[in-house]
Design a protein around this ligand. Sequence first.
Ligand code: COA
Length: 194
Amino acid sequence: MIRKLLEWLGFVAPKDEEWQETKGELVIRPMTYSDLDEVARLERMCFGLGAWSRGAFASELKRGQRSYFVVARINEVLVGFAGWRQEGEEAHVANIAVHPQMRGRKIGELLLRSILEEAVRRGLNSSLLEVRKSNLVAQNLYRKYGYKVLTIRRAYYQFPLEDAVIMKLEDIRTALASVPPPPVNARIVSSTTE
Ligand SMILES: CC(C)(COP(=O)(O)OP(=O)(O)OC[C@H]1O[C@@H](n2cnc3c(N)ncnc32)[C@H](O)[C@@H]1OP(=O)(O)O)[C@@H](O)C(=O)NCCC(=O)NCCS
């Protein structure tokens, strides 16, 4: 009962058997307001007390062309999301997460690629982000795409308190051309190609 409540709130992942249905084609498409309840639940599951609220995602969607957020679904089940907001001439990667039971299957990489591709289409060719110092998995993903450490911002994160590593990718277009896309059956629908 308590586990069910925690699952519903998004603080723990549903048990394995509930994930049988997630086999099938991976679809990545722009996030809409109708995704937000599920997105907020997955966000809590991935980031706990440091999670963005549903309202924070809604604010990003309200920014229109100045932000770009996508969801990844398999058979309509939400398995991840990612997004950037435009800051000056840069795409600031503001959020990226994959369901705990779906990690290590290149979904995070495809999400990152798809939002970076859209940044280029919208005329943004550099990207900035911050990541927890201890989050080596995410840092590996960013390094794979050519992000380099710019600086450390002390005590940037709360819950728990931790430094942020600020990483920058100078040339998105070159990075995308130099890393082959992962061999995953995926359909990417972008706001500019739909
Ligand atoms: C970071 C995250 C999005 C990666 O998504 P994922 O789907 O599991 O990652 P992928 O399978 O696409 O892997 C892509 C790359 O990430 C890195 N990576 C993924 N899993 C890793 C692991 N267990 N150990 C080390 N590096 C790893 C690798 O560079 C990998 O490329 P490679 O397989 O060619 O080596 C996912 O782990 C996640 O949701 N974490 C929690 C939320 C989070 O920390 N978000 C980032 C906030 S800044």
